[in-house]
Design a protein around this ligand. Structure first.
Ligand code: OSB
Ligand code: MG
Length: 369
């Protein structure tokens, strides 16, 4: 398909409550939405690396600049035939994977819309419905957390992910395990620790967690492999897996037993499917993570989660958990306890609400061919 225009929108999305993790406390999320046009057809992509380069080296403002100056000019006016073709055209630009992902996602949405098929089918999913989990950031008190988890258990969530950082660590997990001895629980450290923390990580190993997500540095593989040799709890890598090559290397050296795939982090759905397939062939199960995207990005993640090597409930959440209202329509809602169902409409099925897109805009760059 010939790419006729690319519009880039950076938006501020206020959260209904602060999101507190090892990389910071945020009261709103900055996201980048890309509208790609080919003839009369339009597709939407989204990438949300965060306002600051705190999760990884990219930022939302940097993503806008990188797309406008270096990436979109490689696609505009060109006939882009496949996701792999798009990635090949962007290959001379190093890194900047969230920026590439926004374009890759818009291309897939556009491609699926042109085909008149839902994105999950075009990606090769096994069905429209996936398992999703509950996920909680750092809270003001352990009592508040226990009450919230009780609500999640009541609502039928099949697993709970807890953000973990210095000051919200072993005593928190001890309390959770005391109250919920059989619950499937894992922690996400967002790269807060080093091998100097081995004594703490050995104690964490005693709580029967389903996995420990990204305990060590965001760009590390070797230390994770050393840690995995010391603990029984499976390590799940998030930040460290930025490409199919990193996934292959991580698996080869035993740095993880699970991979959290975020399409934004690896450069788009094209690369995410490649990571998924590589993990499947190596016998390493995956699940899909999110970056608090609006319903557009969440539906791209949901489509990815329909692939067959996704073996653990994914981080796809109802919109009202974070936003009121969601920037995009329709909002994400659960289709059952711990379940979400992809929209039947062609493409990802969601698009930004035009008035909210305008009202929440920080930047808007329009690039004709
Ligand atoms: O590490 O998984 C992460 C959100 C923003 C940045 C990084 C992460 C997250 C999440 C999102 O944990 C999970 C969710 O959607 O609640
Ligand atoms: Mg994570």
């Amino acid at each position: 398909m010939k790419i006729d225009a690319v519009d880039i929108h950076r938006v501020d999305m206020p959260l209904v409550r602060p999101f507190r993790t090892a990389f910071g406390d945020d009261t709103s999320i900055e996201s980048v939405l890309v509208r790609m046009r080919s003839g009369d057809a339009v597709g939407w992509g989204e990438a949300a690396p965060g306002a600051a380069p705190a999760y990884c080296g990219e930022s939302a403002a940097g993503v806008v600049l990188t797309i406008a100056r270096f990436l979109a000019p490689r696609l505009l006016g060109e006939g882009v035939t496949t996701g792999a073709d798009l990635q090949e055209r962007l290959r001379p630009i190093k890194g900047n994977r969230f920026a590439k992902a926004a374009l890759d996602h818009a291309w897939w949405d556009l491609h699926a819309r042109q085909a008149g098929r839902p994105l999950w089918q075009v990606l090769g999913g096994r069905g429209d419905t996936v398992d999703v989990g509950a996920d909680y950031g750092v809270m003001d008190s352990i009592d508040e957390l226990l009450e919230t988890i009780a609500g999640a258990v009541e609502a039928g969530f099949k697993r709970v992910k807890l953000k973990y950082r210095p000051g919200w660590d072993l005593p928190m997990i001890e309390a959770v395990r005391g109250a919920f001895p059989d619950l499937t629980v894992h922690v996400d450290c967002n790269s807060a620790y080093t091998l100097d923390d081995l004594p703490m990580l050995r104690r964490l190993d005693e709580f029967g967690l389903s996995m420990i997500e990204q305990p060590l540095a965001h760009d590390d593989l070797l230390d994770h492999a050393a840690l995995q040799r010391e603990i029984r709890t499976p390590i799940c890598l998030d930040e460290s897996i930025v490409s199919p090559a990193k996934a292959r290397q991580a698996i080869e050296i035993g740095a993880c037993r699970w991979v959290n795939i975020k399409p934004g982090r690896v450069g788009g759905l094209t690369e995410a499917v490649a990571v998924h397939d590589l993990c499947r062939d190596a016998g390493v199960p995956c699940w899909v993570g999110g970056m608090l995207e609006s319903a557009v990005g969440a539906n791209h993640c949901l489509a990815l989660a329909t692939l067959d090597n996704v073996k653990y409930p994914s981080d796809v959440f109802p919109s009202d958990r974070f936003y009121c209202p969601d920037l995009s329509d329709p909002p994400v809602v659960l289709s059952g306890p711990s379940r979400a169902t992809a929209l039947p409409a062609p493409g990802c099925g969601a698009a930004p609400d035009p008035s909210r897109l305008a009202a929440q805009a920080l930047d808007c760059v329009r690039l004709p061919a």
